[in-house]
Design a protein around this ligand. Structure first.
Ligand SMILES: Nc1nc2c(ncn2[C@@H]2O[C@H](COP(=O)(O)OP(=O)(O)OP(=O)(O)O)[C@@H](O)[C@H]2O)c(=O)[nH]1
Ligand SMILES: [Mg+2]
Length: 458
């Protein structure tokens, strides 16, 4: 009996030892986790790929919805993706990265993928630091790209800005040129605004020349072919447009600022501006302000829209749900209606252009070659980006700023604004509601009711 018990005990111990050995060898192997209950399995968090794929897929779906919302006949949406999803999905599209953060609830877990990268790529998040200064004076400047030969019309424009606005607010002036400014140019400017901080900058050669991916022969052929189109034969005009599209904020002088107001020679302000426009933009969360809208000449940008669409398809996460797409497209993104903000006047946040979305967009356009092989202007380029990447309530029409760039006017049509600010323009000449302008498209896209008198001035 005792022997029998001992034998059974020995068999039991042997079995136990063998089982333990098998278990130990299994636990040394990665696949052990698949035997564990799901609640204990953290191994998938170490692998970032599925998480990234999930984010990517989510963003794609969101963008499919975004474009679909704007796409009456579905043409564009069908090219980019995504089944129409539920309300929650639409909500997520507003802040794709943020909503994903909530969804994955990864905050308290270790070894999880860091989604900060995608957050900083969100244009609103990227610009956020320049809006933290609310209630305080913004870091802002006027900026003029100008040639020495334009000294007198530049002085006229400066005097006008000083008289109507800047004698009261005293913001800096920056002058940029691809050439050296002459002593005469600099001294005349200083005489005109003796109490202002003035900075003169020479544009680095690499910002005003052909990149190595552009064929100068093909560029020359284009200029020959486009002789009959306004500025079609001009090489310097193309460098200027490319510079305004992709470089002016990269000049070291501009690094001191968060905000700029673009001023061109021969422009004029018609009314007193009694409030700090820069601070108003900052305090009211605006990123881009304009005065005049207009249609572009199609012959200068035949492939700009298709190129932009390709970029949007590659980077659907940069498109905003609440964007101003309807300002630039009448058919849900299928084609460009040629509407743009006339960029000779711009009050805007520099971080808009410094953002990953815009930087990558510009780079994509630049490699496509249309600044030289067509004659892409900075106005449609800025406008398409602003309308696609920004929430529409971040864009502002300054109906109260009387402004002239030959040959068009923005003249306040609200009689109280006109009177209170001593406007010196003729309301009949206001361009906003004329057929060649895009005031109607802007008001409708922004969801703002047109003023009662709009037809009277159309
Ligand atoms: N330094 C420099 N500035 C330039 C050059 N070409 C244009 N600019 C400036 O760039 C801005 C836009 O040029 P504009 O010639 O006014 O172009 P535009 O407004 O499309 O055309 P306009 O209707 O003629 O005014 C202005 O501030 C010009 O002074 C250039 O070759 N060198
Ligand atoms: Mg001009």
């Amino acid at each position: 009996m005792a022997i029998f018990v001992t034998k059974r005990l020995l068999r039991f111990i042997t079995l136990l030892v063998v089982s333990l050995l098998i278990l130990l060898s299994l636990s040394a192997h990665d696949s052990t986790s698949s035997y564990l209950p799901a609640s204990l399995d953290f191994s998938s968090y170490r692998n970032t790929e599925p998480q990234q794929q999930q984010q990517q897929q989510q963003v794609q779906e969101n963008v499919g919805n975004l474009l679909k919302q704007n796409d009456e006949d579905g043409t564009l949406a069908s090219t980019v993706a995504g089944p129409d999803k539920d309300e929650e999905n639409k909500k997520n599209a507003l802040h794709p990265a943020a909503s994903l953060e909530e969804k994955t609830s990864t905050k308290n877990l270790k070894n999880v993928p860091d989604i900060k990268d995608s957050l900083s790529k969100d244009i609103v998040e990227f610009m956020a630091p320049s809006f933290e200064n609310k209630g305080k004076r913004p870091k802002a400047t006027f900026v003029s790209l100008v040639r020495n030969s334009e000294l007198n019309p530049m002085l006229d424009a400066i005097k006008s800005v000083q008289k109507k606005f800047n004698n009261q607010f005293n913001y800096d002036w920056v002058f940029l040129n691809d050439d050296d400014f002459t002593d005469e140019f600099k001294s005349k400017i200083k005489e005109t605004i003796p109490n202002s901080t003035i900075k003169f900058g020479k544009i680095p050669k690499e910002h005003w020349s052909y990149p190595d991916y552009i064929s100068t022969d093909k560029a020359a052929e284009t200029r020959e072919k486009m002789k009959k189109i306004i500025y079609g034969s001009s090489e310097s005009y193309r460098h200027m447009c490319r510079y305004q599209s992709g470089f002016f904020w990269r000049h070291p002088i501009m690094e001191d600022y968060d905000w700029y107001w673009r001023v061109e020679p021969s422009t004029k302000l018609y009314c007193d501006i009694k409030y700090d426009v820069f601070q108003w933009m900052q305090d009211n969360d605006k990123a881009y302000g304009f005065t005049i809208t207009i249609h572009e000449y199609l012959s200068t940008i035949p492939t700009l829209w298709d190129t932009s669409k390709k970029f949007f398809e590659k980077h659907p996460d940069y498109l905003r749900k609440d964007n101003l797409m309807k300002f630039i497209s009448d058919d849900g993104g299928k084609s460009y209606n040629l509407c743009h903000f006339w960029s000779n006047f711009e009050v805007a946040n520099l971080n808009l252009w410094r953002s990953p979305a815009y930087t990558e967009y510009f780079d994509y356009l630049d490699h496509a070659g249309g600044f030289f092989y067509e004659r892409w202007g900075d106005a449609p380029v800025h406008s398409i980006a602003v309308s696609a990447f920004l929430p529409k309530d971040r864009i502002h029409y300054f109906s109260d700023i009387g402004y002239h760039h030959p040959p068009y006017d923005n003249c306040p049509l609200d009689n109280k604004v006109f009177k209170d600010n001593n406007c010196e323009c003729d309301q009949k000449h206001d361009f906003t509601w004329k057929g060649y302008a895009c005031g109607r498209q802007y008001y409708d896209a922004a969801g703002i009711t047109r003023p009662s008198y709009w037809e009277k001035y159309s």
